[in-house]
Design a protein around this ligand. Structure first.
Ligand code: ADP
Length: 437
């Protein structure tokens, strides 16, 4: 500013000196004309730079700042520097904003920014997926018009958002979502959504499991308790009564024992690390043992056969495999009426190995097959309990074969019979003479 005043004063002095010079040389008129001409030239000089400035202001970028003379040179230089600093900070701000938006877009949780009237300002792809919203159509619309569940309305109109709300969405697909509002900026709100479908499923499975175990234990406990009460009410207990009650009580206690044993096996399988490869399992011995067990269970009521077309052994855990194969054999015997056939087979199929148990029993309707390995899932509850089933056998089989990277195949037809096969990959195949790694 001071420089500008100094320059202006200098020019005024120069113009005055020119006027005085002409006055002294040609008289007062010439002096006046010289001053007017100099002032006009000075004015023209400034008007020219103002025009440059106006032209630049139409598209004000740092690259197009004009060049000028005298004090205008300083003005344009200052403008140039100002524009450079401004465009640098604008670029920085744009980068920060871009990074923020990219981070928001990549977030695994849904984020919706709502304005003071709960209209959508911005949302990320996860929010679209969770809440069934569309960025093109829904930005600018009120969230309450788009999510119409009564619990969400109640939550939005509630003043306290400290707890999340669980929503069961059906569109665009079945999801369980936890949503939470976070007010910010005094008027705006963030709506955060998280997919808790698997967590909800685990909780439901856990709840069902506890309910099932309690139910399974309550029945035999009630029966035993009832017998004991009857016996204690009797003044004298004769041998006949004891002979009548004791086997029934023992049967119920055996049922509880099998259930607890199966529960412990399941828990062991679930809690131990998945590393069953180091042991070489002698499949000849295993099949012989299974045959003896099948005959023991059948008590001569079935024909038990063995088809052994393979001499290979298996890398795995002998105890776990015995438990899985034993469950399949026990099921085949238990679900095959007297006179039926149960066939155990051990075969090589290409580079796979297949252990199967085929029976000519009651079979399973097709719709039940996908759910058989769920804990406590039974096709016929009464029949399973009646033959000593706990409802956990196939759940144990599923765990064991998963730990051996194998696959369970179930083929069945009602009234004709079932075939349960465990198919092992080539890596599990062990030569009987091969040494452990
Ligand atoms: P359970 O102790 O009840 O036998 P599992 O888990 O071993 O429990 O089997 C689940 C259900 O699958 C059984 O209740 C039964 O309905 C059906 N199932 C299993 N194996 C057979 C089979 N070989 N033939 C017919 N049904 C079977």
């Amino acid at each position: 500013m001071r420089e500008f005043v100094q320059r202006t004063l200098t020019w005024l002095c120069i113009i005055t000196l020119i006027g005085l010079g002409f006055w002294a040389w040609q008289g007062p008129t010439a002096g006046l004309v010289a001053v007017i001409v100099s002032l006009l030239a000075w004015l023209g000089f400034h008007l020219y730079h103002v025009a440059l400035m106006l032209r630049w202001l139409a598209h004000p970028t740092a690259e197009r700042v004009p060049d000028g003379f005298g004090s205008w040179h300083s003005v344009f230089l200052t403008l140039y520097r100002l524009m450079r600093t401004q465009s640098q900070s604008k670029r920085k701000l744009t980068n920060v904003l871009e990074r923020f938006i990219n981070a928001g877009e990549a977030m695994p949780d849904g984020v919706v920014v709502l304005d003071e009237h709960d209209r959508i300002e911005w949302l990320n792809p996860m929010a679209m997926e969770h809440l069934g919203l569309d960025r093109k159509q829904d930005v600018g619309n009120q969230i309450l018009n788009l999510i119409r569940q009564p619990s969400f309305h109640a939550y939005m109109t509630n003043a306290s958002f400290s707890q999340p709300l669980v929503l069961h969405m059906t569109q665009p697909r079945e999801l369980v979502i936890s949503v939470q509002l976070v007010p910010f900026d005094s008027t705006r709100k963030l709506l955060l959504s998280r997919d808790i479908t698997s967590l909800d499923r685990v909780q439901t499975v856990h709840r069902d499991f506890v309910a099932n175990v309690s139910h399974e234990l309550r029945t035999p406990l009630t029966v035993v308790g009832g017998f004991l009460e009857t016996l204690s009410d009797m003044e004298e207990v004769d041998q006949d009564t004891l002979r009548h009650f004791l086997p029934m009580m023992m049967e119920q206690s055996r049922r509880m024992q099998s259930l607890v044993e199966d529960l412990l096996t399941l828990s062991r399988l679930e809690n131990s690390p998945k590393a069953v490869a180091a042991e070489k399992v002698n499949m000849q011995e295993m099949l012989d043992t299974l045959m003896v067990e099948a005959e023991g269970l059948s008590q001569g009521r079935h024909q038990i056969r063995l088809e052994r077309d393979c001499t290979q052994w298996l890398w795995g855990s002998a105890s776990e495999l015995h438990s899985a194969f034993g469950n399949l054999v026990s099921n085949a015997v238990r679900y095959t009426p007297e006179g039926g056939t149960v066939t155990l087979s051990w075969k090589a199929e290409g580079d796979r190995l297949r252990f199967s148990v085929r029976d000519s029993g009651i079979g399973i309707p097709r719709e039940h097959i996908p759910r058989l390995t769920e804990r406590f899932y039974r096709v016929d509850r009464g029949r399973s309990r009646g033959n000593g089933g706990t409802g956990l056998g196939l759940a144990i089989v599923k765990h064991v074969i998963a730990r051996h990277n194998a696959r369970l195949d179930i083929q069945s037809e009602p009234e004709k019979g079932s075939t349960f096969s465990v198919i092992f990959q080539r890596e599990r195949s062990a030569d009987p003479d091969q040494q452990a790694a």
